[in-house]
Design a binder for this molecule. Structure first.
Ligand code: SAM
Length: 217
């Protein structure tokens, strides 16, 4: 039987800390969120491996290192209101919820929203709101956000998401082609935006109004 506690400790040491993630809040969050509960039972013994895993509906839970890299790139201090686009399994949502004040998460696949909403509730993540919607339009009702994280690859930076950032807020999003993207951090400075490249990555497509069109895939 897998010792999940030990597997998680090893994951944090070898995949997160050893690869240069220093943010203590991210290390603490990933040391405590039970990743194996966010994957199907058949994959539980692989949950702490150095790779993404299927979560149904053709979607994936991201590799642990990517979750750590994206979360630390948001530069959270604990007081933020965060918007996540692409709830999926809810693992990244839980990591954000361990650190931030409030998390709003949006997913376009209804079966994933139902399943994930229930799991996050059961695990006690009560400061999270899960919505079924096209996340390329953001979630206006709770805007502005101090940080926005997009966990699917987009052909462009959706203007609606930049508009929903607070002044000084950070948007982290993979932008590129269907097969390869560059992780970008957009920092809002009044009406201007400062864009930094954080490195290459590969994500499932962001599908919607300001993402890929289903017929293009
Ligand atoms: N963060 C997730 C986790 O920890 O399991 C992984 C997310 S998976 C790589 C990307 C997710 O983005 C999928 O669940 C997909 O359905 C969702 N997605 C794609 N386009 C979307 C859109 N326009 N709005 C909301 N979610 C979207």
């Amino acid at each position: 039987m897998t010792d999940f506690h030990l597997a998680r400790k090893r994951m944090v040491e070898t995949q997160i800390i050893r690869r240069g993630i220093r943010d203590p809040a991210v290390i603490r969050a990933m040391s405590s969120v039970p990743r194996h509960l966010f994957v199907e039972e058949a994959f539980q013994d692989q949950a702490y491996g150095d790779f993404p895993l299927p979560i149904g509906s053709g979607q994936t839970i991201s590799q642990p290192y990517i979750v750590a890299l994206m979360t630390s790139s948001l530069r959270l201090t604990g007081v933020e209101r965060v918007l996540e686009i692409g709830t999926g399994s809810g693992y990244q949502t839980a990591v954000l919820a361990e650190i931030a004040e409030r998390v709003v998460t949006v997913e376009r696949i209804s079966s994933l929203v139902k399943k994930t909403r229930r799991l996050l509730e059961e695990l006690g993540y009560h400061r999270v709101a899960c919505h079924l919607s096209d996340g390329t339009l953001g979630w206006k009702d709770s805007a502005p956000y101090d940080a926005i994280l997009v966990t699917a690859g987009s052909p462009e930076i959706p203007a609606e998401l930049v508009e929903q950032l607070a002044d000084g807020g950070r948007l982290v999003i993979p932008v590129g082609t269907r097969r390869h993207q560059v992780l970008k951090r957009v920092t809002r400075d009044g009406d201007r935006k400062n864009v930094e490249d954080l490195g290459g990555c590969v994500f499932v497509p962001l599908i919607g109004h300001s993402g890929w069109k289903e017929e293009e895939l």
